[in-house]
Design a protein around this ligand. Structure first.
Ligand code: AMP
Length: 216
């Protein structure tokens, strides 16, 4: 199965992707790839950080190169969960071209629908474990002593500060939201209510995949 998780920042794509990995598909998250490169201090990381810190998109040619290299690895040959890609029409067209050359296509694009107010609250309250990457929120599920269940320290992502979050939402509306009609017109889009609790959202995701995909 070739699944794209789509939606504004804070829609819950990462949380749902982690749950979906139980089905044995690799989770390919462009944001995670860039954050790892920043931590490692590679030239990619230094380049990406300039855009990430300001809430802008990393240029298409950089992102596409990285994603297609990752999608060419053997574990992604029969399926994948893409999280945070594509984020522009150029990226979506490039992805279609990449898959077409391999004689395959996307199966579904899950569109997580969440109100702007909820997004702002979620992102500015988000805390991520610096060790295992689990996502918490100060408004709903902050663990005791502000420490992850694995013992790791919880940190706020640099780009989850309110000013950057507002910029990321603006960029979403300008660059990424147009992909909704792109995928809807191709019959690939399935809307999911992303405002529910994570477990309930996952119930919706599984129900939708069962209804729409024979092989699920
Ligand atoms: P995310 O963790 O998906 O919210 O991504 C964090 C940041 O990484 C974004 O705000 C962008 O700066 C960058 N990024 C992630 N995915 C993409 C993409 N597909 N295209 C361009 N920039 C991206």
């Amino acid at each position: 199965m070739r699944i794209v998780l789509f939606g504004p920042p804070g829609a819950g794509k990462g949380t749902q992707a982690e749950k979906l990995t139980a089905y044995g598909l690799p989770h390919i998250a462009t944001g995670d790839i860039f954050r790892a490169a920043v931590t490692e201090g590679t030239s990619l990381g230094r380049e990406a950080k300039k855009y990430m810190d300001s809430g802008e998109l990393v240029p298409d040619e950089i992102v596409e190169g990285i994603v297609f290299e990752r999608l060419s690895m053997p574990d992604a040959a029969s399926g994948f969960i893409l999280d945070g890609f594509p984020r522009s029409v150029h990226q979506a067209e490039a992805l279609d071209g990449f898959l077409e050359e391999r004689g395959v296509r996307l199966d579904i694009v899950l569109n997580f629908v969440v109100e702007a107010e909820t997004i702002l609250k979620r992102l500015t309250g988000r805390r991520t474990c610096s060790v295992c990457g689990i996502i918490y929120n100060i408004h709903s599920n902050l663990p005791p002593n502000n420490t992850c269940k694995c013992g790791g320290e919880l940190i706020e992502r640099d780009d989850d500060k309110e000013e950057t979050v507002l910029k990321r939402i603006e960029v979403y509306w300008r660059e990424t939201e147009p992909l909704i009609s792109y995928y809807r017109s191709r019959g690939l889009l399935a809307d999911i209510d992303g405002s529910l609790e994570p477990e309930d959202v996952f119930g919706e995701v599984e129900k939708t995949l069962k209804l729409r995909l024979k092989e699920f």
